[in-house]
Design a binder for this molecule. Structure first.
Ligand code: IPE
Ligand code: IPE
Ligand code: MG
Length: 243
């Protein structure tokens, strides 16, 4: 029997961001290589994209690989890049069919050229789609994104194009990679860790945080809906007084 949806009537988040963590521990607990955890994690990605599309979530940002993950053993980095390559090749047609608009944030120049090409193809093919906006953060670091933005504005000031007086929060946000994406309403982190690990530092200023002990490969529709229902019970005050 299909489990009953746990969702209430309150509005759902427009933008959900997820730190997909715990693949390694999922595999270790079963005596499997870490790669197997990443492979199973890719299945959770598929499931959550479908659930988000079905529920009408407009933006889904998934943390796939951080700027710090390059520090992992080269074998694991290679495995992760192999899975990413496979995912981009295999899933594009399905994503397109679902009306998903796909894009990548992060320092893509560090990815291998063939993966960069696959990303360009996926972004171009899906750019006119009007369904779920899927944002994959790859080789992404929040601090690097903020520093790049500051550098970009400093260059515009130097060239006389920008008056420092005109730098405000809106302008700053517009010079980030997420310029045309609303801030996340809800951020989910799986696997029991309660930290941001350099994800969307600027954008999460007023994001609701949900932490779950579930490891990412076990995070499927039911867990996703549970996180959404927790969001629905929150009172977002933005520093003001409640209603
Ligand atoms: C998340 O799972 C995937 C990536 C960070 C790429 P981990 O690989 O971090 O799994 P744990 O945290 O070691 O269990
Ligand atoms: C964050 O997870 C990055 C991704 C999920 C892609 P990590 O597993 O790299 O984070 P830490 O090292 O536990 O902070
Ligand atoms: Mg981890």
């Amino acid at each position: 029997m299909k489990p009953q949806s746990q969702l209430g009537d309150a509005p759902l988040p427009v933008h959900v961001a997820i730190i997909m963590d715990g693949n390694g521990r999922w595999a270790s607990a079963r005596g499997l290589p870490r790669t197997e955890g990443h492979r199973r994690g890719a299945e959770s990605v598929r499931t959550v994209i479908k659930a988000a599309s079905r529920l009408g979530v407009r933006y889904l940002t998934l943390f796939g690989f951080s700027s710090e993950n390059w520090k992992r053993p080269s074998g694991e980095v290679m495995d992760l890049m192999g899975l990413l390559r496979l995912y981009l090749r295999k899933e594009l047609a399905e994503l397109h069919k679902q009306g998903v608009r796909f894009r990548v944030i992060g320092d893509r120049s560090r990815l291998s050229v063939d993966i960069q090409d696959l990303i360009i193809v996926a972004e171009q093919r899906t750019r006119a789609n009007v369904g779920l906006n899927l944002v994959l953060a790859l080789s992404y670091g929040g601090r690097a994104e903020i520093v790049n933005s500051a550098r970009n504005m400093a260059e515009r000031v130097k060239s006389g194009e920008l008056d420092p007086e005109n730098i405000d929060e809106d302008l700053f946000a517009k010079s980030l990679e997420t310029a045309d994406i609303p801030d996340p309403d809800l951020l989910i982190r799986t696997s029991g860790e309660q930290r941001l690990s350099n994800f969307l530092l600027w954008q999460t200023a007023y994001t609701e945080l949900v932490f779950t002990d579930t490891l990412w490969p076990d995070f499927r529709t039911e867990e996703f809906e549970l996180a959404l229902s927790q969001y629905q019970s929150r009172d977002r005050r933005y520093g003001s007084v409640g209603v």
